[in-house]
Write a protein that binds this ligand. Structure first.
Ligand SMILES: CC(C)(COP(=O)(O)OP(=O)(O)OC[C@H]1O[C@@H](n2cnc3c(N)ncnc32)[C@H](O)[C@@H]1OP(=O)(O)O)[C@@H](O)C(=O)NCCC(=O)NCCS
Length: 141
């Protein structure tokens, strides 16, 4: 995550190992690490349930040297697979106001903007853009 080069104003850059532990080890929560042929980390993603219908995707990052090769898309697809297997209706995620350049990436993967507030927004940060994708009934590609 920290190698992703996020804007230092985003709450992402203040994430601590304790924050990660709290988020990734909740019941029903988890994540994936994409690993290269030599065992090096290429990217990561996390997820956590927010109610029965929603799986929240978070902490998506790929190393700058590994970008543009489909690793980010693969990590998102894995979380979508978890959502379908778990019977969730949709994936929700938040994009920091300091990271709006990433919106086209999610649009390509079928995510659309919605107006609801983000439950895990950092109180000291501007409200993020919330994106959702319905996954119920969708076939795994
Ligand atoms: C966003 C991020 C995870 C994308 O990772 P990646 O491994 O480069 O993504 P992929 O190679 O799987 O890209 C999938 C597609 O999206 C496109 N894409 C990737 N980043 C894009 C961007 N910023 N804008 C538009 N398109 C983008 C790719 O060209 C590719 O297109 P294709 O379908 O024609 O092949 C990576 O840029 C990153 O870690 N950014 C910093 C952290 C971050 O912003 N995380 C998201 C927090 S909400």
């Amino acid at each position: 995550m920290m190698a992703a080069g996020m804007d230092p104003r985003s709450s992402w850059s203040r994430t601590t190992p304790a924050d990660l532990e709290r988020s990734l080890f909740l019941p029903g929560a988890g994540g994936f690490l994409a690993v290269g042929a030599g065992g090096e980390a290429l990217g990561c993603v996390g997820y956590r349930p927010d109610g029965e219908a929603t799986l929240t995707l978070n902490k998506l990052a790929t190393r700058p040297g590994a970008r543009g090769q489909g690793v980010g898309r693969l990590l998102v697809r894995e979380v979508e697979h978890v959502a379908r297997m778990g019977g969730y209706e949709r994936i929700l995620l938040a994009v920091s106001q300091y990271n709006l350049d990433v919106l086209p990436f999610y649009r390509r993967l079928g995510y659309v903007r919605c107006d609801e507030p983000y439950a895990h927004a950092h109180p000291a940060s501007p409200p993020p853009v919330v994106l959702v994708k319905e996954v119920r009934g969708e076939q795994t590609p």
